[in-house]
Design a protein around this ligand. Sequence first.
Ligand code: AMP
Ligand code: MG
Length: 333
Amino acid sequence: MLLLGIETSCDDTAAAVVRDGRDVLSNVSTNQDEFHAKYGGIVPEIASRRHASLLSAAIDDALVRARTSLGAIDGIAVTAGPGLIGSLVVGVATAKALAFATGKPLYAVNHLHGHIFAAFLDSDATPPYPFLTLLVSGGHTQLVAAESAREMRVIAKTRDDAAGEAFDKTARLLGLPFPGGPALEVLARAGNPKAVAFPRYRPEAGALDLSFSGLKTSARYFLASDAAKLVSHADIAASFQAAIVDVLIDRVERALDAREYRAIVLSGGVAANAALSSAFRRTGAKRNLPAFVPERRFCTDNAAMIAAAAERRGDADLRDPLTLTADPSLPFA
Ligand code: AMP
Ligand code: MG
């Protein structure tokens, strides 16, 4: 199938054309960072308004770059949730209108399924079930057991902050520009990850839950202390990043101890972090399991992953587009 994907759940206005859930013919994304940077975070009202003005052009661009047209595609896949309601509504309303006007099938995709299938974009690999996913983004940090494309179970979550949120908040304390995660990674490259002994959350043996708020608070107190004057910001960034990576990898190891999987899959915006993806790959190698990590351009929010998820999961055709609503809290399983 040739699907048009649309993604507007947060602050990326994205459209893509994907064949067979895998071959990315175009992947257009208009980043809004410059509009949110001065507020130090995403402003929902601004995000919705930018989507409203940019989405039609993004869709046109995606069709042109894929050398196709609305008439030639087999269906439209759109992120229906979770996300910011004002942002989601722009994508969903646009997709519904296109489906209605063209008579093509309409697929409502859970954004988190999109992140998981991002690891198989532009790759010849077929997802080897069951696999374990570490899903790390600005809003979510979870371990997901994928028994099949349709049967996915969240087996662990963060008790508080998402990993991306912890990166962003600490980056801000370090005076780094928004978005903080990528900036913190760049700064960390020049630092010593052992310079500061930040705490690692370790639940009782066998437990899989995650937590980053203690680490975040500890970074805040450390930065305000006299000890902080003795180490560079690069050292602090590297030490903070190492603590996040250690906690995430420890929980992956625990999940792999608990049962057998055929592969491990990294997904979500934080998958773009090279310290994390290298550690993840090492875990795969040590366990003799293939480790799938999305290409960098498919780690952060994009529409190709939304089209891929609709096809790989065989999401239901909601050809009567009136039945589809945007849902910021769409359950994920
Ligand atoms: P998403 O929620 O999937 O759009 O991912 C966005 C989140 O990923 C934000 O919290 C970013 O700060 C974080 N992120 C993106 N790139 C990196 C990176 N290289 N290192 C750490 N965090 C990152
Ligand atoms: Mg996302």
